[in-house]
Design a protein around this ligand. Sequence first.
Ligand code: SF4
Length: 440
Amino acid sequence: MVARSIYFNIGSRLPDGGIRIGGGAPVVVQTMCNTSTDDIEASLAQCRAMAAAGAELIRLTTQGLKQVESLRLIRDRLRAEGILTPLVADIHFLAEAALAAATVADKVRINPGNFAKEHEVACAKFRELIALCKEHGTAIRIGLNHGSLGERITQRYGATPLAMKEAVMEWLRMCVSADFYDVVVSLKASNTLVMVEAYRLLYAAMRDELGLLFPLHLGVTEAGGGEEGRIKSAVGIGTLLGEGIGDTIRVSLTEDPVHEIPAGRQIVAAIAEGYSPRGGRTVVEASRWEEFIIKGSCLWGPSLLDKRIDDISLEGSTIGGEPVSEADGERFRDMLLQACRRRFTRPEYIACPGCGRTLYDLESTFNEVKRRTSHLVGLKIAVMGCVVNGPGEMADADYGYVGEGRGHVTLYRGKTPVLRYIPQEEAIDKLLELIESDRK
Ligand code: SF4
């Protein structure tokens, strides 16, 4: 059976017709505000900066009905300014918020499994949402993360890539039977192996079972920031794009989200320039360091991930026509091998990008945690913005630093909260004390 590629325009009712996704259209690069959506001016300023940087879709945290109204105000102001970038409402749990957002946003991002504990209730809410989206020309992203799989699925399949694929296929079958095709799917994980495997399984299932290839949104969650965040993202996203899988991407960074756009563009450009195992290149030629690490990750990451090679050689690779220095080359090699989960030579950091739920300065805290724990090779340390999704999303971290309300933090050992609601100023010291006392 030849599978049909689904494509459509997100924001089809916008004056410019919105943006095409899927069916071989150019890969759409998107990002997400980390402002509180209720802070209209701050969110507007960030949306303007993102649009100016070339963001093709912008997502905003929409946890409840109040934020849906804020989103409406932001949308109207942006449109009045001539900024037509489609807006995505990021819903996590509340079906009522999704239903309200379907009449305001160009796309709603949901995990329908979170709508209700009882599967039948969640299904009914999802059908209601589909009907409303159809009526309003709104697209849906079914966004399922490795850390937020429901018990119903994990009891059957474990927390595996297969479970992620199975969970999404249930919702996709419902979309098909409701004759609704304006749907994008994401299956993110912070572990690049899990992420790549989940998308590959889903792609094959859509092709073989449905005969329909819904567009896929690619991303590595909680990738952290800086070089490591870019390398991890380029490995996961680049591996799949290099195989022809993926229609839109977000590079999640624990930084100013405007930085996510050039990083995403560089991954797309690297694949287009042949930096993938099938692309014919063997060495990297780059003009800047960021470009070098992204191209190198797209070129060698997939073969490391799939264990076709055990190491890389930078011989012949250049930055600005010069060979890469030994120290930089070694650092890149260490980070790439770790991102591909082949050799662990530094602590593994898991950090969310932050969003409207984050009530502390995530970026500087994350950098400080990294600085003070850099000696703890082999440990997995998570820094997460909120207690709503943080604990679930921090995967198999050994320790977690999770924001809980304004200026407060809860520290986790594995999945267990051990020091609750401590003032933020004391939290990094307490985290180190906790780790040290466990190591004695
Ligand atoms: S963990 Fe919380 S703060 Fe971080 S991105 Fe997810 S929802 Fe936002």
